[in-house]
Design a protein around this ligand. Sequence first.
Ligand SMILES: [Zn+2]
Length: 298
Amino acid sequence: MYKSAFIFQSIAFGMWRKVSIELPEAQIIAEQMIQTMLDKKVKSVALSNYQKLQKIGFINRNIKDFDKLIECKIKSIDYRGNVIHIQFNKKMNLVLCGDYGAQYRFIRKGEELPTKIHFKMEFIDGTFFTIRQSGMGLIYAAEDSEVPNLYVYKRDFSDTPSPVGEHEFTSERFSELLNEKKQNIKASLVGKTAVVVGLSNAAFQEIIYKAGIHPKRNTGTLTENEKSNLYDSMKEILNERICSGGKDNFEDLFGKKGRHIPVMGPNMKDKNCPQCGAAIEKISHGGGQVYLCPRCQR
Ligand SMILES: [Zn+2]
């Protein structure tokens, strides 16, 4: 259901401002959750304006599943790729995925709740956790036995390497994985054929610009030097985004804006390349718009 939902998302969310949650942003949110939400006990759960989300498989088919979270206590919070897994006692879980747009917020006692939210969880201490799902993603209440079967969980809590935070994922390993699948560079970094987890179109544009690689390249044509540049660019971009509190259109769990200004992406529209001065171009590629420098990216 989730996989085929892609084509519907523009219909459902076309008018909304989308803030994609990629690995850096999911990591920031999850780590803030660990610091603030562990051991909290759920008082109530409410969903609103969820019919569209439900129709395209972004939340449980049976809304009553969320009632099973009431009185449960948060035991642990894990993350991988851009999926966040909140484990409660009583064999319950909440699996979250921001993919193409979500705003997660923790609301302290006395603070105002955000508007236009789809999910609201109140804890017995009077604090709240809320979600606004503005694009493709998942808000799913699941029993322990259901978690491994959820598409996004299988996708990201998998054998596919994480581009940051895993020492065994070396430049050599990345190069091997690119060689195994000779495919377009975008398919190698984003989506279900990707050799790493957690990236979408935004990170893709930044990484290949920094590496000087054209979005239409096939990984079979990349030199060892280009593959090594790609690996370094990926690490640098993602680590920089984590250290800067996420992308500039992202807001963290407490509503604080990220400070990372993408080196390439829609923000470069009608601008010139800061490295060579060429006019930035836009192409439709791999189910999205890709901005690039025609001179620096070969
Ligand atoms: Zn350039």
